[in-house]
Design a protein around this ligand. Structure first.
Ligand SMILES: NC(=O)c1ccc[n+]([C@@H]2O[C@H](COP(=O)([O-])OP(=O)(O)OC[C@H]3O[C@@H](n4cnc5c(N)ncnc54)[C@H](OP(=O)(O)O)[C@@H]3O)[C@@H](O)[C@H]2O)c1
Length: 212
C-alpha cells in the first residue's frame, strides 16, 4: 500500500513503553506499567495542555483498530474498555464469536472499512500494528509515555525500519510516578518523485579539418 494513500481519517496512537522501548513483557504482563512502585523523589508532576489525557484521546476517535495480540489481552479485562467505539481487530487467524468487534484480514481491508464507514479518527493500538502503520504512513499523531524502568526484554514497540520515522515534538508532561508523556505529530515524507531523465544532448559535431 502506498504510504500516500489518500485518507478521510486520522490515525492516532497512544502507548506506553519502558525506557528500553517495550510495551509489555513477553508474557504480556503490564504490572510494571499499571502498578508502579511508590514514588521516590520524582520531580513534581507537570501537566501540559499540549498533551491529551487518555480520556481526551479516546473521546476524539470513533474507531479503535488493534492487532490480535492486543485484543487477546483486552478481551480478558473485567470490563470491555471500548463500549462507545467501533472496534476493528486485524488478524489472519482469529475466528471469533465476539460481536463487539469486526475482524479485518489485512491492512487494505482495514483502510477500506474505515473509509467506507466515514471514520474521522482511529485509535491504532498494538506494538506490531502501530510500528507497521507508522511505517506505512497511516498514523498522524503519537502520544508516547515512557515509564522509568528498564525491562531488558519484552515486546518491542519498534523494530528495524526501512526509512527513518520522524516526529515533531508538540509537548511533554509528567506525572508523580516519573512517567513522561510526549505528544508527537508524525512527519510524512514527501512522495518520492521519479526524476525525469535529462534529455540527452545531441553532441555538436566537432568540425573536422575536412569540413571546412
Ligand atoms: N504498553 C502499551 O501502551 C500497550 C499498548 C497496546 C498493546 N500493548 C501490549 O502489546 C502486546 C500486543 O502487541 P503485539 O505487537 O504482540 O501484537 P499486536 O500488534 O496487537 O497484534 C499483532 C497481530 O495482529 C495481526 N496483524 C498485524 N498486522 C496484520 C495485517 N496487516 N493483516 C492481518 N493481521 C495482522 C496478526 O494477528 P494473527 O497472528 O492472528 O494474524 C499479528 O500477530 C500485548 O501484550 C498488549 O497488552 C501494550
Amino acid at each position: 500500500m502506498s504510504i500516500h494513500h489518500p485518507r478521510t481519517w486520522e490515525g492516532r496512537a497512544f502507548l506506553a513503553t519502558s525506557l528500553d522501548g517495550y510495551v509489555a513483557r513477553r508474557n504480556h504482563d503490564l504490572a510494571w506499567l499499571t502498578d508502579p512502585p511508590p514514588s521516590a523523589g520524582h520531580v513534581e508532576p507537570q501537566p501540559s495542555d499540549a498533551v491529551p489525557s487518555y480520556d481526551e484521546h479516546l473521546a476524539g476517535v470513533d474507531h479503535v483498530l488493534m492487532g490480535r495480540g492486543t485484543y487477546e489481552v483486552v478481551r480478558r479485562f473485567d470490563e470491555w474498555p471500548y463500549p462507545d467505539h467501533q472496534v476493528l481487530v486485524l488478524s489472519h487467524t482469529l475466528n471469533h464469536g465476539d460481536d463487539r468487534i469486526t475482524v479485518v484480514r489485512s491492512t487494505s481491508e482495514a483502510v477500506r472499512t474505515l473509509t467506507d464507514r466515514d471514520s474521522q479518527a482511529v485509535y491504532v493500538d498494538g506494538a506490531g500494528v502501530v510500528s507497521d502503520w507508522l511505517a506505512r504512513g497511516l498514523i498522524d499523531d503519537l502520544v508516547l509515555t515512557r515509564a522509568p524502568v528498564v525491562l531488558g526484554d519484552g515486546i518491542a514497540l519498534f523494530g528495524p525500519v526501512r526509512d527513518d520515522l520522524r516526529f515533531v515534538h508538540l509537548g511533554t508532561s509528567w506525572n508523580e510516578h516519573g512517567y513522561l508523556t510526549t505528544h508527537y505529530r508524525v512527519v510524512h515524507p514527501e512522495p518520492r518523485t521519479r526524476r525525469r531523465p535529462k534529455p540527452t544532448q545531441t553532441p555538436t559535431p566537432t568540425p573536422t579539418p575536412s569540413d571546412g
